[in-house]
Design a protein around this ligand. Structure first.
Ligand code: ZN
Length: 368
């Protein structure tokens, strides 16, 4: 599914430009709208790039790869230095082959083989993926590994079902939430997710892919080896098989940015956990979610994307998803312009979050 304009885009990015010498004092993070999938781009002050996931597969692959390229262009980077595919689900690796036709990817990072047999993932891993990394670096990471990026401390904290065993910074404190933990269910691949922790000066953030509750428990119990973070990214789209209090409350994020879809995530249980999270100042959402209703959702200024046929008012009650199956109506469509949420962090720990849809921006002062 290569579009006719793919070639000129490649040439444009291969050509020398002012962008390649651009540096900044900020770590920039773009949280992209890939309609309930994941694609999160980190650009370091030296303009090294780390992309976590590549959006959806099938017909959505070209759309999502295009949206990733828009952010890459905005950031002025010429290549993807490191790509983490958190796990082998189509909403996380789906746009990868398409993206690789548009920009050079230097390193492909993953947790290893797919453990949830399925034609799409297995076919991709057997046929397509080895061709993509043939002329690049392929790294299967373990918990505790470092991703080399100048000026940043980027660590793998979970991978292939294992979690780091030692604390990231100094002594790990006992986690008081562990006592009330309730185990959860999951599919096979979500718990395998590569989770990344990134520190820039005093600013700290974490993206755990679709890591599920039982692994969250292993990561932060009986002691919290992560400590506190300023920003919690991803949140498995806001799905309730993840986002236990034991993790969210213990990480004590000031800001959470959720990669939910129009009817995926933003589930009441997760929203309750977030709204009651000690120290949380704001939740930002990639999408309006029907599953929230006014009862649970955040004000619209914190939501990057809506739906094409917007209702004039939003009901207070959440709108539960219909029973799954072939007869289930599809979620509301968002085919119009996609907007990202951009975060810029400074070494002193302060950071600004901006909603590209409405220009609403908020700066969070450096913590203590
Ligand atoms: Zn997912």
């Amino acid at each position: 599914m290569r579009s006719a304009i793919a070639l000129p885009i490649v040439l444009a990015f291969a050509a020398p430009s002012l962008a390649q010498t651009r540096t900044s004092k900020t770590l920039d993070i773009y949280i992209l709208d890939v309609e309930g999938g994941n694609a999160t781009l980190f650009v370091s002050p030296s303009r090294e790039s780390l992309l976590i996931d590549t959006g959806n597969a099938g017909e959505a692959a070209a759309r999502d790869a295009g949206r990733i390229m828009e952010a890459i262009q905005d950031a002025g980077v010429r290549q993807i230095d490191h790509l983490i595919t958190t796990h082998w689900h189509g909403d996380h690796f789906g746009g990868l082959a398409e993206l690789a036709t548009k920009i050079t990817i230097r390193e492909f990072i993953d947790h290893g083989p797919n453990v949830q047999p399925g034609q799409a993932a297995d076919g991709f891993l057997q046929e397509t993926y080895p061709q993509l990394y043939a002329k690049a670096k392929h790294t299967v990471v373990k918990a505790g590994d470092t991703i080399s990026m100048a000026g940043l401390d980027a660590r793998v904290v979970t991978s292939a079902g294992e979690t780091i065993k030692t604390s990231l910074g100094g002594g790990a404190k006992p986690n008081p939430y562990c006592a009330s933990f309730k185990p959860g269910d999951s599919n096979a691949e979500d718990p395998q997710s590569v989770g990344a922790y990134v520190r820039f000066g005093k600013f700290r953030t974490i993206h755990l892919g679709d890591l599920t509750k039982n692994k969250e428990f292993e990561l932060v119990c009986p002691t919290n080896r992560i400590g506190a973070v300023d920003v919690l990214l991803g949140l498995h789209h806001g799905v309730a098989t993840s986002n236990s209090e034991v993790l969210v409350h213990a990480l004590h994020p000031r800001v959470a940015i959720m990669n939910n879809g129009t009817r995926k995530g933003g589930e009441p249980e997760v929203m309750t956990t977030l709204h009651s999270s000690p120290g949380l100042e704001d939740l930002w959402q990639m999408h309006f979610s029907l599953l929230s209703g006014q009862e649970y959702t955040v004000p619209g200024m914190f939501i990057a994307n809506t739906i094409d046929d917007q209702q004039p008012t939003m009901p207070i009650a959440p709108m539960p998803a219909p029973a799954p199956g072939p007869g289930a109506p599809p979620p509301p469509v968002h085919s119009g312009k996609a907007y990202w949420i951009k975060l810029s962090a400074v070494e002193d720990g302060s950071f600004t979050v901006t909603n590209a849809r409405n220009g609403f921006s908020k700066t969070y002062r450096a913590g203590l």
